[in-house]
Design a protein around this ligand. Structure first.
Ligand code: HPA
Length: 271
């Protein structure tokens, strides 16, 4: 794995003339609009980067975008990988390891999620302050390379408290309502049954989604400072569970995108 990370990184550095980003951003559902705010310098399709996974979904091949956002050097993953597509946890998280090798210190991640917390409403933003890994796997299983991080990484503060505080301040300044809470990550692709939503609420989760946890575990292992934000696109609140479709998730996420983009843009500026 070390050789693969090294080789990918070397090829990227060649193609970007040694561009050294400070922040990595994974654009999940609802953050696509951020790309328009970037002063783009280099675009590398995943297919051109050795050892990068390529998307199984047609038209979603994905690319790494290098440029400036709010005057800061960033690398942005447009297109992420999900466990339900058949990738392993290690494959999903591989780009995070490469971004770390390129020099990032911060990782910002976004996603769409279902909300179990009865105080939440559809369209609301939630800053992730912790997660529960309910994937039947962990990207750190197998041989550990001390160069990448410790064998038994502490997960006491995965989501950086200073970044959370700054993001909340930005939200307040711009009149954006944000909550804070716990993200439960599981495989999908099924949305949850009412009993599963109930269970997730009882074990302490506020929202549930099918991404983020693999990348964030590897980011924390690598010593990165992590920020995560979710858009609540549907509700799994006990007694009020409604039918949910992928189209609806995308529609709600798209509606809330400007808020999310503004928050991230400002956060990167103040990092
Ligand atoms: N469950 C899991 N993942 C999701 C949901 C949900 O209700 N909404 C958006 N992503």
């Amino acid at each position: 794995m070390l050789e693969q990370i090294e080789f990918s990184t070397k090829k990227i550095l060649e193609k970007t003339r040694n561009f050294k980003p400070e922040t990595g951003i994974i654009l999940g559902t609802g953050l696509g609009g951020l790309v328009k705010e970037i002063l783009v310098e280099f675009v590398l399709p995943y297919a051109e980067i050795p050892h990068f996974p390529t998307s199984t979904v047609e038209g979603h091949s994905g690319k790494l975008i290098f440029g400036e956002l709010s005057g800061k050097k960033v690398v942005v993953m447009q297109g992420r990988f999900h466990y339900y597509e058949g990738y392993t946890m290690k494959q999903i998280a591989f780009p995070v390891r490469v971004m770390k090798a390129l020099g990032i210190k911060y990782l910002c991640v976004s996603n769409a999620c279902g909300g179990m917390n009865p105080d939440f409403s559809v369209g609301e933003l939630m800053i992730i302050n912790d997660h529960i890994n309910l994937f039947p796997d962990n990207p750190l299983i197998g041989q550990n390379f001390e160069q990448l991080g410790p064998r038994f990484p502490d997960m006491g503060e995965v989501y950086d408290k200073v970044l959370i505080k700054t993001a909340k301040q930005i939200a307040q300044e711009h009149g954006i309502k944000v909550s804070e809470g716990v993200y439960a990550g599981l495989t999908g692709p099924c949305f949850e049954t009412p009993a599963e939503y109930r269970y997730l609420r009882r074990i302490g989760a506020d929202v549930v989604g099918m991404s983020t946890v693999p990348e964030v575990i590897v980011a924390k292992h690598a010593g990165l400072r992590v920020f995560g934000i979710s858009i609540v696109t549907d509700l799994g609140v006990e007694g009020h569970v409604q039918k949910v479709t992928h189209e609806e998730v995308q529609m709600v996420a798209a509606q809330q995108e400007p808020k999310m983009t503004l928050l991230l843009k400002e956060l990167v500026k103040r990092i």
